[in-house]
Structures are given as C-alpha cells and as structure tokens.
Write a protein that binds this ligand. Structure first.
Ligand SMILES: Cc1ncc(COP(=O)(O)O)c(C=O)c1O
Length: 400
C-alpha cells in the first residue's frame, strides 16, 4: 500500500518542472538562456508599500493576527471593491490569505465533496484543476479556442453545466492567454449562470489592473447583481502591485462561505504575515498612479511581442486585452524538424527544443490545457524580449 494519499495520487506534478529544470541546467553550464516563463512583474514593489512594512515592524505589529486578516486590511479591501468594482461588502464578508492561491484553495476545500464538478475554461492557470482534485472534486475543462481569442462562449458554458456542477471558475484577464472579457461578453456568461441557480462563480480577478487599450475590466457580481449571493470575488496584490513575494490575496463573498474558509485557514496556516498585511493596507489605500505607468511599459511590450511572433510563419498570436502573457498557436509548425533532428510533435517538444537549441525558455500549452500553443510572459525588459523574439524567429525559420 502506498504511503502517500490517494488524493495526492490524482494530482499531477507541475508540467513546467521539466522546462524550469532544463533552463537551470543550461544556465549553470554557462548558456545565455532568456527566460520568458516567469509569472510575475519585473517591477519592484513601490517604495510607499515597502515603507509601510518597515513601519509595521518598527511598531511591533509582528504578532499573530485574526486568522483571516486584520480589520484594517479587510476595510481597505471593502473600500477598494466599492471604489473600483461598485461592489458593496462588509469586513465579515472578506477573507485574507497567504496569496491569491490560498484563498482559492480554501474556498474549494470548504465546499467540494466527491463528485462535485468545477467548470474551468481552458487554457487555464495551471493550479485550478489540481486544487480541485486536492479538494476532492472533479475538474471539467472546457476548451476556449483561438477563434474566440480564448474566450468561453455562452453556449459552451451552458453545455458544460450538469446537476453536479458546483463552481464555475472565471479568470479575466487570463493567465495564460491574457484574454479579457468585455462587459457584454461577461454578461452573456452570467445570463447562462442565472438560469442555473445551483452553480456558484469563483471569479479570479488577479490581473484586474493589467489591462490595455482602454479595456474596461468587469467582474461577475458587478455585471449581474443577481449573482452576488453565489459569487466569490477573488483578488490580491501580487501582480498589479508587484508584490508576489509578500503573499497577500483576498476574497469577498457570502458570509457563510467566508466563515467556512476561515475554518480551513485557521486549522492550516492561520494568518498571513502580519507585516505583509500592513503593506497591503498601504497598497490598497495609498497612491495608485504607478499602476498606469507600469501598464504603459506592459502595453509596449505586448505590442512588441505580438508583432514579432505574428511575423513568424506557422505562428498565430492574438492580441490579448490584459495580464502580461501572450499565448501563440504553433499549429503551423507541428510535424516539422529542427536542424538537430528533433521532431516538433507537440507543444512540449517545441518548448524543449526551443530551449535546448535556441536558449529561450517558454511554457508549453499542454500545461494550461490547450494545445498546440506556448505561453510567453513579457514581464521582462524590451531588450530581452527583442532578443528572445529574434531567437524564436530564427528557430522557427530553420524548421523543415
Ligand atoms: C490567475 C492567477 N490566479 C491566482 C494566482 C495566485 O497568485 P498569488 O501569487 O497571490 O498566490 C496566480 C499566480 O500566478 C494567477 O496567475
């Protein structure tokens, strides 16, 4: 009998490990590998936020806090949700966790029973299906195609709902495609959900602030107030505020769900770092102007990468509305061979050969549930992006 649990057996190891390990090996051997796989902004955390953390340490705010967050942060979150999303929540409807990841995980742990289904549009953030499996549920991936710019259609959502569906996980702008749903696209999905009152919505708004070309972010409970009672609105400071290492995420929703999530957290990690919580108070209450200036850089990089990738024969790259990723298709390259004799059988073979033969690290589409594609994170310098795109172009041009 295995020492490890049956639940863990259902969870697959991260498919990105092979690429990350290969990249580290090549770097150690002195190769100039350009990494386009990081899921975090290259900007530093703003100084006022760092100062707030230092002040919290100096003031001795270094003890246990309430398990799911200090009242000051919950209030700052309520103010933010009202200010930016037109959503009204009380602090008792808010849960603060160690990163967005923990709040999503808590919600699934608190609600899933064996047999419960969770609809996840693909391409998806790698953790959703495995979190569902860890919590004992069944992930139901629904592929959103290149033709719809990787957005799920209302017909697809309708067809995926069964009596066993418990949650619909919605992520806009998306990791890995960058796709952002407009208000009307989202309303078409919430109209479907209004017809199925047993389905709850977990909206992962982590990339809310990273949007371009005047795109207006929208979240389900705002677009359809009728869903307020069965929506968990999830967000965090990791991406927009360049605070990935601080580990603060949050969720707002019905009080009974928040209380259940608190129970999970109080018996696992307890409170997120007290110091990070005070930094997050400053992030949400302090000046927000750096968001726009960071976006100018992200927007420029997105345009640079989309243009460079679309210029490559066999590669098709839609222009996404947000986040800092693009998700090009390599349909036109499948079956070709590299000068070293590697056959590009699928997107994993493509990413491995690109790394081994052209020193560029990207994540292959199979990791995100939609192939044949790869994910480029453009949260790096213009110079590195230009160089990396030139390498990808040369690599693809040499395929026969
Ligand atoms: C879509 C999405 N949601 C949630 C998270 C988790 O964020 P955090 O670092 O705050 O746990 C990530 C991180 O990559 C993400 O891409």
């Amino acid at each position: 009998m295995s020492f490890l649990s049956k639940t863990l057996e259902r969870v697959k190891p991260s498919p990105t490990i092979a690429i990350t390990a290969m990249a580290a090996e090549l770097r150690a051997a002195g190769r100039d590998v350009i990494g386009l796989s990081a899921g975090e902004p290259d900007f530093d955390t703003p100084q006022n936020i760092k100062d707030a953390a230092v002040a919290a340490i100096a003031a001795g705010k270094t003890k246990y806090t309430a398990p799911d967050g200090i009242i000051e942060l919950k209030q700052a979150i309520c103010t933010k949700l009202e200010r930016e999303n037109g959503l009204s929540y009380e602090p008792a409807q808010v849960s603060v966790g160690t990163g967005g990841k923990q709040t999503l995980y808590n919600a699934l742990m608190a609600t899933l029973n064996p047999g419960d289904e969770v609809i996840i549009p693909a391409p998806y953030w790698v953790s959703y299906p495995d979190m569902v499996l860890l919590a004992g549920g069944t992930p139901v991936a629904v592929e959103a195609s290149l033709e719809t710019n990787f957005k799920l259609t209302p017909e697809q959502l309708e067809a995926a709902i069964t009596p066993k569906t418990k949650w619909f996980i919605f992520n806009s702008p998306s990791n890995p495609s960058g796709a952002g749903y407009s208000q009307s696209e989202l309303k078409a999905l919430t109209d479907v959900l209004m017809r199925h009152p047993h389905v709850w919505v977990m909206s992962d708004d982590m990339y809310e602030h990273l949007v371009f070309d005047g795109f207006e972010f929208a979240t389900p409970a705002q677009v359809e107030p009728g869903l307020y009672e069965r929506t968990l609105t999830c967000n965090g400071v990791s991406k927009g505020y360049a605070m990935t290492g601080w580990r603060i995420g949050y969720a707002a929703g019905p009080q009974h769900l928040i209380a259940a999530m608190r129970k999970v957290q109080s018996q696992s990690t307890s409170n997120p770092s007290s110091i990070s919580q005070w930094a997050a108070v400053e992030a949400l209450n302090g000046p927000q102007d750096f968001l726009a200036s960071n976006n100018v850089a992200f927007n420029r990089r997105r345009d640079l990468v989309v243009a460079a990738l679309n210029a490559i024969d066999g590669v098709t790259c839609p222009t996404p509305e947000g986040a800092f990723y693009v998700y090009p298709s390599i349909e036109g390259l499948i079956g070709k061979t590299t000068p070293k004799g590697t056959v590009i059988e699928d997107d994993e073979a493509f990413a491995k050969a690109l790394l081994a033969e052209a020193d560029v690290a990207v994540v292959f589409g199979a990791a995100f549930g939609l192939s044949p594609n790869f994910r480029v994170s453009y949260a790096t310098s213009d110079e590195a992006l230009t160089k990396a795109c030139a390498r990808i172009a040369a690599f693809c041009a040499a395929l026969t």
